[in-house]
Design a binder for this molecule. Structure first.
Ligand SMILES: *Cc1c(COP(=O)(O)O)cnc(C)c1O
Length: 411
C-alpha cells in the first residue's frame, strides 16, 4: 500500500470540511507509468475506464498522460469530448443500449464496441462496412472472486458468447460489417496472470475467423491491494507473458495487432481517500461503534460488494489500538468495517477510508437527503485544489417541480 499523505489530507479536511474525497495525481501518474513500462515493447493503448471516476480534472489528467477513455454511456462520451479527448481516443462499450444511442455515439465519431448480436445486425444492415466496429465477446472465463463483479461467467449479460461465433460470422458476412477489433472484459480483481493468458487464447481463436483486425482489447480486471500485505496484479510479468503470446500470434496471423486495455481501478483506486469525521463513539453491551459523518450513500462498496477498505485514524495515529465497528449515518445498516483494529478513536477524529478513488464518489448519492461530498485534487506540492464543490440543500431541490396539492383540490 502507498504511504499515507497525512499532513496534506488533514489540511484538505480542515480547508474544505468533511466528508471529502481526495485524489493524488502523482499516484495516478505512477500507476499509468507502470502500465506503459510493462507493455513498452509492443504497440499498446490504455483506455481509462472512466466509469470508476469521471471528474473532469481526472479525465484531463488521463489525457495528459496519453490515455484514451473507455465510456459506458453516451454522457461519458460527452464528458470525454468536453475534457478535450479526440473522438478516436474514445471507446464506447455500452450494454443494454438502444440503437439510437449507438448511432448517437457513431455520429460523434468514437470507436464502437458492440456486445449484442441483434444490435450488430441492425448496425450492419444500416451502415454496412462504412463505419468500423469492435465486437465484445464473452469467453466464459469466470474470473475474480466476487460473482457480482465478474462479467465473464456463463450467466453474465455481457458480450456475445464465444459459442455464438458461427452466428457472429454470418452476421458480419451478411451485412459487410467492418470488424476491426475483438474485445473481452472478464471481470475485476483478477490475481492470476494465467487467467489473462487463457482469455487471450480464446481471443486468438476468435481472431482467426476475422482476418482484418487491427487490435485485440483485453478489457481490465487488474487487481490492486486493499489491505497491508495484499498483492496487486504483477504488471511486469503480465506484460512479458501477454506480449510473448501476441508476438507468436501475430506471426501466424500475418498482421500487426495493437493490444488494448481498459484499466479503471488500477489507475485511480489507491489514489483516492474518503475523509470523514467521527461524529459519535457509542459503547453498547457488545461493541464499540465509531459513527462517521458519511455513509453508504458516499461509499457503497463495503455494503454492496463486501469490499474491505482500509481505515486510518489521521488525527490520532498513535493512540492505543482497540476494536471498532465503523458505521455511517444512514438510517439503514451501514457498516464500513466490522471489529476493525484502529488507534483509539475519539469524537472529532478524522478517519481516512483508503482505495476510495474508484467507484467511490462515482457511485455516491444523496440518499437520506445528505448531499454528496466535495472532491479535491492533490498534485505534487501545490495547495489542495477543489475540483467539485460540496452539494448544498439547494442542489437537493434542483430539478424538482413544486406541485401545490391545495390548488388542485380547490377546483
Ligand atoms: C468496468 C469496466 C472496466 C474497468 O474495470 P476495473 O476493474 O475498474 O479496472 C473495463 N472495461 C469495461 C468494459 C468495464 O465495464
Amino acid at each position: 500500500m502507498n504511504p499515507l499523505p497525512t499532513p496534506a489530507l488533514l489540511a484538505a479536511a480542515a480547508e474544505f470540511g468533511t466528508p471529502l474525497y481526495v485524489y493524488q495525481a502523482d499516484v495516478i501518474r505512477a500507476q499509468y507509468h507502470k502500465l506503459t513500462t510493462a507493455f513498452a515493447g509492443h504497440p499498446t493503448r490504455f483506455f481509462y475506464a472512466c466509469k470508476s471516476l469521471t471528474n473532469v480534472a481526472i479525465l484531463r489528467l488521463m489525457r495528459e498522460l496519453g490515455a484514451g477513455l473507455d465510456c459506458v454511456s453516451i454522457n461519458e462520451v460527452r464528458l470525454g469530448l468536453y475534457a478535450g479527448f479526440q473522438p478516436q481516443d474514445l471507446l464506447y462499450t455500452p450494454n443494454s443500449v438502444t440503437f439510437d444511442e449507438l448511432v448517437a455515439a457513431k455520429d460523434l465519431g468514437v470507436n464502437l464496441n458492440i456486445d449484442n448480436l441483434s444490435l450488430l445486425e441492425r448496425f450492419g444492415a444500416t451502415f454496412g462496412g462504412s463505419y468500423p466496429v469492435c465486437v465484445r465477446l464473452n469467453p466464459h472465463i469466470a474470473a475474480g472472486g466476487n460473482y457480482k463483479i465478474s462479467t465473464g461467467h456463463i450467466d453474465s449479460k455481457f458480450g456475445i458468447s464465444i459459442h455464438q461465433l458461427r452466428h457472429l460470422e454470418r452476421v458480419v458476412r451478411g451485412t459487410g460489417l467492418d470488424v476491426r477489433g475483438l474485445h473481452m472484459h472478464t471481470g475485476s480483481e483478477i490475481k492470476d496472470v494465467s487467467v489473462y493468458l487463457r482469455a487471450l487464447e480464446v481471443l486468438f481463436e476468435a481472431a482467426r475467423h476475422f482476418p482484418g483486425l487491427d487490435y485485440l482489447d483485453l478489457g481490465s480486471g487488474f487487481k490492486v491491494p486493499y489491505q497491508p500485505g495484499d498483492t496487486e496484479t504483477d504488471m511486469t510479468e503480465l506484460g512479458q507473458q501477454i506480449l510473448a503470446a501476441f508476438g507468436a500470434f501475430e506471426a501466424e496471423y500475418g498482421r500487426p495487432l495493437e493490444a488494448r486495455f481498459e484499466p479503471g481501478k488500477y489507475l485511480v483506486s489507491e489514489a483516492g481517500y474518503l475523509l470523514a469525521e467521527v461524529a459519535t463513539v457509542k459503547h453498547t453491551t457488545a461493541t464499540v461503534f465509531a459513527g462517521l459523518n458519511t455513509g453508504f450513500n458516499h461509499l457503497i462498496r463495503p455494503m454492496m460488494y463486501e469490499s474491505y477498505h482500509h481505515i486510518s485514524n489521521l488525527s490520532h495515529p498513535h493512540g492505543p489500538e482497540r476494536l471498532y465497528t465503523v458505521v455511517g449515518n444512514i438510517c439503514e445498516t451501514d457498516t464500513f468495517a466490522w471489529d476493525r483494529r484502529l488507534p483509539e478513536v475519539r469524537e472529532g477524529d478524522i478517519l481516512a477510508l483508503h482505495n476510495a478513488g474508484a467507484y467511490g464518489f462515482e457511485m455516491s448519492s444523496s440518499f437520506n437527503s445528505r448531499p454528496r461530498p466535495a472532491e479535491v485534487l492533490l498534485d505534487g506540492d501545490a495547495p489542495p485544489r477543489l475540483i467539485r464543490r460540496r452539494q448544498t440543500f439547494e442542489d437537493l431541490l434542483e430539478g424538482q417541480i413544486d406541485y401545490q396539492l391545495s390548488m388542485s383540490n380547490e377546483q
